[in-house]
Ligand binder design. Structure first.
Ligand SMILES: Nc1nc2c(ncn2[C@@H]2O[C@H](COP(=O)(O)OP(=O)(O)OP(=O)(O)O)[C@@H](O)[C@H]2O)c(=O)[nH]1
Ligand SMILES: [Mg+2]
Ligand SMILES: [Zn+2]
Length: 346
């Protein structure tokens, strides 16, 4: 088999990781990437051009960025294992997880420098990126509307010296050049952040073409709705792919303890030095975390953000696990009732 994927597929983000999942029997089945998701159909990109696929009940949960294999009849055949996956707790009271995007290389976390700026929110997105194993880049947008962008940039940089932080005016194409290192051929970038921070504006400027609706249209429809309502993947001239997402009104973490712990690596290291293994880092004697706070080595905001995110993901993971167990018990019960019926009839 030719190990080199055709260049067009490589432009869509195809790489050996996916190629290796296809056995010899199916090597000629067409591979497609999901670029948009609607209630009952998917939009796909492939070497043969754009395609559509109807969603049918037997299919696994699929999200934007996924790679699918179709059979020669053009029907769904296989969902390829993901290199990375973003998920959150479904919004509202639903006990469910929701897939946000798959196979992303870099996450642009956008927060604007006027009303939106929040270190806690940045840490929330960082936890999501770290859990998924995706490289985060913090983008502080609307720098043109801020008197002192440098101050905010330093505040974010203080979260971790290794963090990539850029301040940007999303309307200015010359400034966007700062982001080109992440936009190379075959790379996929997801853009996330609150509504109105400039995600679609940034994507449009990077695409060099006004293809997405942005907030300035909002005045006309005057309903205060989110401007972007679906996720969609777009190809840049530089070759990379960009995923625009709607502002997430609610980003609740689930099954994300690794992500939270690596986002707060300095606290995780301190926790291991506390005298009691179940230390709550409140008033316990020998608490290394409280000691660091009193010595001015750690700020209290950072600790409370860490604890909040950890508790939130613990709670959501537990309810999710409970629901899965319940569903399993229910499935077993149905099965046993059905088989009992069968034996009684026979
Ligand atoms: N001055 C200035 N305005 C910006 C900048 N980025 C975005 N805007 C404006 O902010 C408004 C909202 O931008 P959008 O790109 O639609 O925001 P969004 O993040 O995609 O919002 P949703 O789709 O609702 O999640 C628009 O009027 C943009 O023109 C910037 O860097 N500077
Ligand atoms: Mg948008
Ligand atoms: Zn402690």
């Amino acid at each position: 088999m030719d190990a080199m994927a055709p260049p067009k597929l490589a432009q869509l983000g195809w790489r050996p990781f996916f190629q290796q999942q296809i056995d010899l029997e199916h090597w000629d089945f067409p591979a497609c990437r999901v670029c948009a998701q609607h209630r009952n159909r998917l939009e796909l990109l492939s070497e043969a051009g754009p395609m559509e696929l109807a969603v049918s009940p037997g299919m696994p949960a699929i999200t934007v960025g996924d790679w699918l294999l179709l059979n020669p009849e053009g029907q769904f055949f296989l969902l390829l294992e993901r290199q990375s996956l973003f998920r959150r707790k479904a919004p509202g009271r639903k006990i469910e997880e929701q897939l946000i995007a798959a196979n992303i290389d870099t996450l642009f976390i956008v927060t604007s420098l006027n009303e939106d700026f929040s270190l806690n929110r940045i840490e929330r997105y960082l936890s999501l990126a770290n859990e998924a194993g995706v490289e985060p880049v913090i983008i502080l947008s609307k720098s043109d509307l801020c008197a002192d962008p440098g101050r905010f940039q330093r505040e974010v940089q203080d979260l971790s010296p290794l963090l990539m932080v850029e301040t940007i005016n999303c309307l200015e194409s010359s400034e966007i050049e700062k982001l080109l290192p992440w936009c190379a051929v075959g790379k996929t970038i997801a853009v996330m952040g609150s509504s109105g921070v400039g995600k679609s504006t940034l994507v449009n400027t990077l695409l060099g073409d006004a293809v997405l609706a942005t907030g300035s249209i909002r005045e006309k429809d005057s309903k205060g709705r989110h401007v972007t309502t679906g996720r969609s993947l777009h190809q840049m001239k530089e070759g990379g792919l960009l995923l625009d997402t709607p502002g997430l009104r609610e980003l609740q973490l689930t099954e994300c303890d690794q992500g939270v712990n690596s986002t707060f690596a300095e606290i995780t290291a301190l926790v291991n030095q506390c005298r009691f293994s179940n230390c709550q880092h409140d008033k316990e004697p020998g608490c290394a975390v409280q000691r660091a706070i009193s010595q001015g080595k750690l700020n209290a905001r950072r600790l409370s953000s860490y604890q909040k995110l950890l508790r939130e993901q613990q709670f959501n993971s537990a309810t999710l696990a409970e629901k899965r167990a319940k569903d399993k018990r229910f499935g077993k019960m149905i099965k046993s009732v059905l088989s009992e019926k069968k034996t009684r009839r026979s």
